[in-house]
Design a protein around this ligand. Sequence first.
Ligand code: ZN
Length: 148
Amino acid sequence: MISNIQPNISDAEWEIMRVAWTNQKVTSKQITAIVKEKMNWKQATIKTLIGRLVDKGMLQTEALGNKYLYSPLITEEESLKSKTNDFFDHVCNRKVGLTIANLISEATLSHADVQMLEELLKGKRNEAVDVVSCDCIPGQCDCQNHQH
Ligand SMILES: [Zn+2]
């Protein structure tokens, strides 16, 4: 798994990033117009969130006349990857397969998605191990037979 080198961003900040990823260059006014309905936030709240994202190196600022344009410094794909890796860091290695299976079974997938997953799994078959090693600490999973 790739180590998490990206800043941790909150769910609220994620909503702002989605606007930046979709529109690339946006003013805080445009961001407000887009998320206002969904999130019911005030302009001041949105400005705070944008400020945090700039501090975290997620957004860059560019002056345009008397306003600022914000654009993403990290792609949506990179962020999603980091977020899912982050999640799996909190799961016993031996439960990852089952967790992924649950995700797949609950997802609505296109034919192209299914094709992609089938091809991925064909490759995985060649690298599969007999038993996935677990590096949890004693008491956080029961696959190592820890005694207390
Ligand atoms: Zn474990």
